[in-house]
Design a protein around this ligand. Structure first.
Ligand code: HEC
Length: 147
C-alpha cells in the first residue's frame, strides 16, 4: 500500500517535471519566427550573391571529400539523421543561403528565420561550426549540385 502510494507520488512528480519542461518549450514556440520564402532568402554571412555556372566535377569531387570528412557525423545525403538529408537541398534553398549555413551556422540558427525554423524542427540541436572556409564551402556546394 505504502509502496503503491510512493509510486503514485513518483509518477506525479515525473509528470510535473515533464509539464514544466513542456512549458519552457512552449515559451520558445511563442517567440515568433517570421516566415520568409526560402527560395529568396540569402541567409546571413559572407556570401551575398552567387552565380552558378556549369557544373565543375573536379570541385564537386573535392567537395565530396570535405563533406565525408566534416559533415557525415550528422548528415546523410538521403536520410534524416541529426541534421536534414542533403539531396535536393538546392531545390529548397538558395545557393547563397546554403553556403552561409555551412560557413556561419551559429549566427544563422540565431538570426536567420529559415535556419531558426529548421533548428526547431531538429529539436533545437544546433549545427556546430565546422571551421569551413568560403572556398571549401563552395566546393561542398558544387558537390550538392550533383545530388
Ligand atoms: C553536429 C552536427 C552537424 C554537423 C557536424 C554538421 N551539421 Fe549541418 N545541420 C545540422 C543540424 C542539426 C541542422 C538543422 C539546423 C539546426 O538544427 O541547427 C543542419 C542543417 C544543415 C543545412 C541546412 C539543410 C536544409 O535542408 O536546409 C545544411 C546545408 C548543412 N547543415 C550542411 C552541413 C555541412 C556541409 C556540414 C559539414 C561541413 C554540416 N552541415 C555539418 C547538424 C550538423
Amino acid at each position: 500500500m505504502i509502496i503503491k502510494r510512493f509510486q503514485q507520488l513518483l509518477a506525479l512528480c515525473c509528470m510535473g517535471l515533464f509539464l514544466a519542461n513542456c512549458g519552457g518549450g512552449k515559451q520558445e514556440a511563442e517567440d515568433e519566427i517570421p516566415d520568409v520564402d526560402p527560395m529568396t532568402n540569402l541567409g546571413i554571412g559572407p556570401v551575398k550573391s552567387l552565380e552558378l555556372g556549369e557544373l565543375d566535377q573536379t570541385m564537386a569531387d573535392e567537395g565530396k571529400k570535405l563533406y565525408d570528412a566534416k559533415c557525415t557525423a550528422c548528415h546523410n545525403i538521403k536520410t534524416k539523421m541529426i541534421g536534414p538529408p542533403q539531396a535536393g537541398v538546392l531545390d529548397r534553398r538558395t545557393p547563397e543561403w546554403v553556403m552561409n549555413m555551412i560557413i556561419n551556422p551559429s549566427e544563422m540558427i540565431k538570426k536567420d528565420p529559415t535556419a531558426r525554423h529548421l533548428l526547431k524542427e531538429y529539436n533545437n540541436v544546433p549545427m556546430t561550426e565546422q571551421g569551413v572556409t568560403e572556398e571549401e564551402a563552395r566546393k561542398i556546394l558544387e558537390y550538392f549540385r550533383t545530388m
